[in-house]
Design a protein around this ligand. Structure first.
Ligand SMILES: *[C@@H]1O[C@H](CO)[C@@H](O)[C@H](O)[C@H]1NC(C)=O
Length: 315
């Protein structure tokens, strides 16, 4: 083998090594398919690799474009963005941190195209296409949330309800409200991978008699104005207690005990006076009665005297 041939061989080897190393370094990971709610937003998670040490965000140019047409849907220079996407796209990730996460807002029903990420490092004159694309499947209307509860509720016993919904818009997560007033809910927004998120709201309250046969509704309001609901009817089992018997009985017993006690004390305290009063009263009555009987007797006597006199006169 001549020197020239050897040199050519080495050069080819180097080419192959460089190409594999570079292609290995320049790569991106994008979820291949995601659901998107029309009018809301969708956040496409994206990670990528670039060669060399970490660079500041400003040194890297991140571009999102349609796969088939040369049409940018995101570019740091707004002039480069297709009109139908102007003002609707935003890079949420920091490119320096190898994060190319994209937000597409005000989703339209024809935003399905495969969208691909491309990174450029202009000043280093290194430039690469990374074809990692996502296709959006459109949901014209939101799904209804899931409402979990216990079948039978018991009056006075803490009950909890869970309303949950999946979504792909974590930058403006949906809000969940409940029809049950004066109760607080705990909200949780979870990443369930591949760009899917789940928001749930935990409502806890103590059911009362009034809640029986009432409807409990959870309403999910999505970014962009759409909403969906789930409703359940509450069945509250009355608490088996004897309060409605115990309370009046206790009240009656208490009152009579109190009354009896007061009477006893009064009687003890005023016994002497009462006795005096009683005897005085008895004397009074007795004397009045004896006076009356005296008067009566004397009147009878007068009458007999009179009758006797008339008898004598007739005689
Ligand atoms: C990328 O950025 C998004 C938006 O700021 C963030 O939610 C996500 O956690 C980041 N991903 C990684 C792998 O750091």
């Amino acid at each position: 083998m001549g020197t020239q041939a050897r040199f050519l061989f080495c050069w080819l080897c180097l080419q192959v090594i460089f190409a594999t190393v570079l292609s290995d370094v320049w790569k991106a990971e994008v979820v291949s398919e995601m659901k998107a709610l029309v009018s809301s937003c969708v956040v496409v998670p994206c990670k990528f690799q670039y060669p060399g040490r970490q660079l500041p965000d400003s040194r890297i140019r991140g571009i999102w474009h349609k796969k088939d047409k040369k049409e940018n849907i995101y570019h740091q220079d707004p002039v480069e963005i297709a009109d139908s996407f102007k003002g609707r796209t935003r890079l949420l990730g920091h490119l320096g941190e190898k994060n190319c996460t994209l937000e597409l807002d005000k989703v339209k029903d024809h935003d399905n195209d495969p969208f691909c990420f491309r990174a450029e490092i202009p000043d280093l004159d290194k430039y690469s296409f990374v074809q990692s694309c996502v296709t959006l499947s459109m949901m014209p209307d939101p799904e209804n949330p899931q409402l979990e509860k216990k079948e039978l509720l018991e009056e006075g016993v803490f009950a909890s309800f869970k309303c949950s919904i999946r979504h792909t818009c974590p930058s403006h997560p949906p809000t969940i409200t409940w029809s049950h007033s004066n109760s607080k809910a705990i909200v949780n927004n979870r990443d369930i991978l591949n760009g899917n998120w789940e928001v749930d709201s935990l409502l806890a309250f103590i059911p009362t008699e009034d809640d029986d046969l009432k409807d409990l509704t959870c309403t999910v309001s999505f970014h962009g104005g759409k909403s969906s609901t789930a409703t359940t009817r509450l069945h509250v089992k009355r608490k088996t207690n004897f309060f409605h018997i115990i309370i009046p009985v206790v009240a009656v017993l208490g009152t009579s005990l109190l009354f009896g006690g007061v009477c006893y004390i009064m009687r003890k305290k005023y016994r002497r006076q009462i006795q005096d009063l009683q005897s005085r009263n008895a004397n009074g009555i007795w004397s009045r009665m004896s006076r009356m009987s005296q008067r009566f007797r004397s009147r009878r006597r007068n009458e007999t005297d009179l009758r006797m006199a008339t008898k004598h006169n007739n005689y």
